[in-house]
Design a protein around this ligand. Structure first.
Ligand code: B12
Length: 229
């Protein structure tokens, strides 16, 4: 095993106690629009950090932070700590506008594809996963390779995600955010608020990766109150 993959493994290991996952990475090219590091060096490798399954929520809830944007701040602190150990810098998905193109980076890092909802679909976790940040490195690091595959959505005949929303907020290539939020503020919308987006639940892939009502409710409340994710 090369030193470079040992570094990737060390980062995965450092993240694990916080329930976060190293989710692949890539060597940058101009079109990635990766920002420079704070000290001006160019980012040569990006490693994505994210969450899937219950582990992040378990670690986060143990801390019970009460500050505003608690999950973003908690994630940021963890990423900064890991970055400091490995001569890296941090990019956060919610920093902006302009936002860093996290979904495009994610597609470079692992086999995820745009679903009809706009969210990326993962072959195991379906629509139940997210990105908490990215680590930017000034050197080239060997990262896990992923085979070229195709999106599971290409073989999904009925695309139930597109018809599950009670107010048809998701149309192909269009997400009517105002209709979604207006519904979430009604009594009928409380089922989506407390147990997660119906359209995401309708996807047959990764149903067992649903993180649980606590976490889903947290994200929905954050989305409605700040229109953030
Ligand atoms: C602004 C934003 C929103 C806006 C607008 C989304 C939109 N219509 O584009 C609002 C506030 C509505 C939103 C909502 C949500 N979002 Co949002 N959002 C973002 C954010 C911060 C910036 C997007 C952007 O402009 N990027 C800039 C462009 C240049 O980057 P890009 O990667 O090339 O752009 C891609 C996206 O715009 C995407 N896209 C196009 N249409 C849509 C529609 C939707 C619904 C989404 C999510 C993406 C999307 O296609 C582009 C090409 O790949 C990203 C984080 C980030 N930095 O990317 C999260 C992000 C896209 N959101 C995310 C999530 C999870 C959500 C929510 C599901 C949150 C929740 N409740 O749990 C909700 C959706 C509501 C629901 N029903 O549940 C995740 C998606 C993860 C994934 N599996 O793909 C991201 C990556 C954040 C994260 N921390 O992981 N979001």
């Amino acid at each position: 095993m090369s030193i470079a993959s040992e570094l990737y493994d060390a980062i995965s290991h450092d993240l694990r106690e916080s329930g976060l996952l190293a989710r692949g990475g890539f060597s940058t090219r101009e079109s990635d629009q990766a920002p420079d590091l704070r000290d001006g060096r160019a980012a040569r490798t990006v490693i994505m950090v994210g969450n899937a399954g219950p582990s992040m929520w378990q670690a986060f809830s143990r801390k019970q932070p009460t500050d505003p944007d608690p999950l973003d701040r908690w994630s940021h602190a963890i990423l900064e700590r890991v970055a400091a150990q490995h001569d890296a810098d941090v990019a956060m998905p919610s920093d902006g506008p302009p936002f860093a193109p996290f979904q495009r980076w994610a597609m470079r890092a692992e086999p995820v594809f745009p679903s009809p909802l706009g969210l990326l679909i993962h072959p195991t976790w379906g629509l139940w996963h997210g990105y908490r940040g990215a680590l930017l490195f000034p050197m080239v690091i060997e990262v896990p390779r992923h085979e070229a595959t195709e999106s599971l959505c290409d073989h999904c005949e009925n695309q139930p995600c597109l018809s599950a929303c009670p107010v048809d907020a998701f149309q192909r290539n269009d997400y009517r955010v105002d209709a979604c939020v207006a519904h979430l503020e009604t009594p009928e919308g409380q089922i989506c608020m407390t147990s997660g987006c119906r359209a995401r639940h309708a996807c047959p892939v990764g149903q067992s990766a649903f993180p649980g009502a606590d976490q889903a409710g947290f994200h929905m409340r954050a989305f409605v109150s700040g229109r953030s994710s």
